[in-house]
Design a protein around this ligand. Sequence first.
Ligand code: FAD
Length: 431
Amino acid sequence: MWMDSRRPKATRRHVVRGFAAAAASFAFPCPSFAQSAARVIVIGGGFGGTSCARALRKIDSKLQVTLVEPNRIFTACPFSNEVIAGLRDISAQQFGYEKTAADGVTVIAQAAAKVDPQARTVGLADGTSLPYDRLVLAPGIDMRFDSLEGYDEATAEKMPHAWKAGAQTVLLRRQIEAMEDGGVVALAVPATPYRCPPAPYERASLIAHYLKTKKPRSKVLILDAKDTIPQQQLFEHAWKTFYPGIIERIALSQGGRLVSVDTSTGTLVTEFGNYNPQVANVIPPQKAGNIAKLAGAADNTGWCPIDPATFGSKLVPNIHVIGDAIIGGSVPKSASAAHAEGKVCAAMVASLIAGKPPASPTFEGICYNTVSPGYAFFMSGSYHPRDELFAEIVGSSFTSPLNGHGLDEVRKREADQAQSWFKTITVETFG
Ligand code: FAD
């Protein structure tokens, strides 16, 4: 069912590889309401929230599941770096909620404006209030516009972050397209934690590919608030092979951390010096989507601490948090993990509602990085609760080889697998 509560009449309109069935040792509640009447609201219709809402209905079709999401069309971040590099159209990133509604989820095309955990209600942007028995927060990220001097929402229209896909992605693409040959595209990368740690370096690679082929005198400059980066050897090897002299990275210890911006002069000020690139892609520090703070589920880090055994908020009862919004261990903020968490959390919530012990969660995340068309590498790992956090299961992590025979074929195969991964996860989530 698709619902727009502004019009009262309803109109038609990476990867769980299984979770272990070991019973959790903690006490679990008896069903406190008739199962048929249990109401679950999910806030946020991205990879985590949509997966969770649909899985809840599949597990128990009696549950009343409502998905609150302001956008009628979701625009996915994975592969959006290809849009920026001119290799893909933004429309290939966009997905609707028709299948979610067809599964019996009530989809409300509005933003959640507040949460009252005592009354167990979600207030919508139009003033309507929805009651819940359990609430799942999956709002992704928001930018910390107060953390970088000179950088705010208006500035982001001149120096796009493109860290939420959509208009920002297209804006950055247009700026790079309009840049004259010989220009510099600068990417400012924050310290962790932030959404998808390897994605800035994939982005730098694909922009370099575009410049090499269309504007060969141009350069990519990475201003980094970190010293080490994910899959560093693989990236650096690929940059030497494909983009010698095109990509330069200034690490934290070399003064690469961005401290302020001045849009009137187009200046990026780092700890080392000032830069005036032709295009500035400023990725600011981040936090859980604002609604998490309003619900009381985010702590002073800006992220949401959870009990990994249930995804339950450590700060607010009857609220679960999934996806990029959580802190709690080594799980990377990725679509793959958010999708997996959505499914696992659905099983937890359904068990708690039914008064059964939830299974102990185990899930896998995988991340591909495409550095040139037909050339990609990956990393993956599996996670489980340990010492109140999610920890990587020892021996579960895999990464593409750095050296060896037939590497070109391996990279080509991994580039093909990346395309298949995106197709699978978007079909499973939205299709
Ligand atoms: P999202 O998918 O962002 O969904 C959050 C949703 O909540 C949004 O639809 C938003 O509109 C909604 N929302 C927010 N506030 C409210 C509110 N108040 N009321 C209602 N709804 C609200 N991950 C990978 O696994 N592989 C990749 O290759 C990959 N590549 C990436 C490349 C880039 C450039 C970037 C930026 C990210 C990439 N990611 C990748 C990371 C991935 O996009 C995120 O980790 C993933 O989207 C997180 O899912 P989520 O459900 O937590 O948040």
